[in-house]
Design a protein around this ligand. Structure first.
Ligand SMILES: N=c1c2ncn([C@@H]3O[C@H](COP(=O)(O)OP(=O)(O)OP(=O)(O)O)[C@@H](O)[C@H]3O)c2ncn1[C@@H]1O[C@H](COP(=O)(O)O)[C@@H](O)[C@H]1O
Length: 94
């Protein structure tokens, strides 16, 4: 899981740097709504996750969770933060 998150975060950082035209990630960094684009996505996907959980739909729960994790990592990158910030916070709670 650590490797998956690290390589996904590295791709997000690369997209932020290189802004390829066909990249969804890059489109979030250049969106006319600014950071609101990713914040809205996080809100929508959180609602979708709640609905999937209420339906006991495990496949949908996994899919919506992945959407949230991806957009969360984009948000961290947008704020100049990284996985270590998240890890440090989680570790401080153990
Ligand atoms: N993990 C993801 C990921 N999860 C979700 N998404 C995108 O997030 C959007 C989710 O929005 P919705 O579920 O609301 O679907 P939608 O209504 O079709 O989306 P919109 O029309 O609102 O854009 C979709 O466009 C998904 O493609 C992701 N896009 C990219 N990644 C990762 O990022 C990498 C780089 O992707 P690009 O930046 O596109 O090259 C990919 O290889 C993946 O590993």
């Amino acid at each position: 899981m650590d490797d998956t998150l690290e390589s996904l975060f590295a791709v997000i950082e690369d997209r932020k740097e290189t802004l390829p035209e066909d990249s969804y990630t890059a489109s979030l960094f250049t969106h006319e709504k600014g950071e609101n684009a990713v914040l809205e996505k996080l809100g929508e996907e959180s609602t979708e996750l709640v609905l999937a959980a209420k339906d006991d739909d495990r496949e949908e729960i996994a899919a919506e969770s992945a959407d949230i994790v991806y957009h969360l990592l984009v948000l961290l990158s947008m704020k100049g933060m990284d996985l270590e910030d998240l890890e440090a916070e989680l570790e401080s709670r153990r």
